[in-house]
Design a protein. Structure first.
Length: 157
């Protein structure tokens, strides 16, 4: 019997990404094996959502983790995460920064249109889905991001 020590969520992510690369898997392939959407699964693998025991077991199986890591990584995948934890207030990674920039430029427009169409409230990040697609275009492929969240009105009391 192999005795395993507990590892941090960050250490689990390192193991997950290394196994993913070694096996040549995509996030979408892992998501199919887990039985979840590719966006949700990717977020879970990167430490932003907890998996159920069954989802974690499917994940470590498809990744083919070594016997010394299986239980530790599966346990870490089931932990409730510290969400939204970036290393800096303003992201420095160019891809993440562009989303930050997008919100800086279009955030007030999004807020104004949401309030005009729905009233005083917010877009839920809890009752939420997101999809990312690639759209071929002769001038350069397009990134299509769809955000789909429940509207939550502010209540009066």
């Amino acid at each position: 019997m192999v005795v395993q020590k507990a590892i941090s969520r960050e250490e689990a992510t390192v193991q997950i990404l290394a196994a993913k690369k070694l096996k040549g898997l995509t996030f979408e392939e892992i998501a199919k094996a887990v039985g979840r959407d590719k966006v949700w699964t990717t977020a879970a693998l990167l430490g932003q959502h907890p998996m159920s025991k069954e989802e974690a077991e499917k994940t470590v199986k498809v990744l083919g983790l070594g016997e010394d890591m299986v239980l530790a990584v599966a346990a870490a995948l089931q932990e409730i995460p510290m969400r939204g934890s970036l290393d800096s207030a303003v992201p420095v990674d160019p891809t993440i920064y562009r989303f930050y920039e997008l919100i800086q430029v279009y955030g007030p427009t999004m807020k104004a249109l949401i309030h005009e169409m729905f009233g005083d409230g917010i877009l839920s990040a809890i009752d939420f889905e997101m999809d990312i697609q690639k759209k071929p275009d002769p001038k350069g492929d397009r990134v299509v991001v769809t955000l789909n969240g429940k509207f939550l009105p502010y209540r009066k009391w």
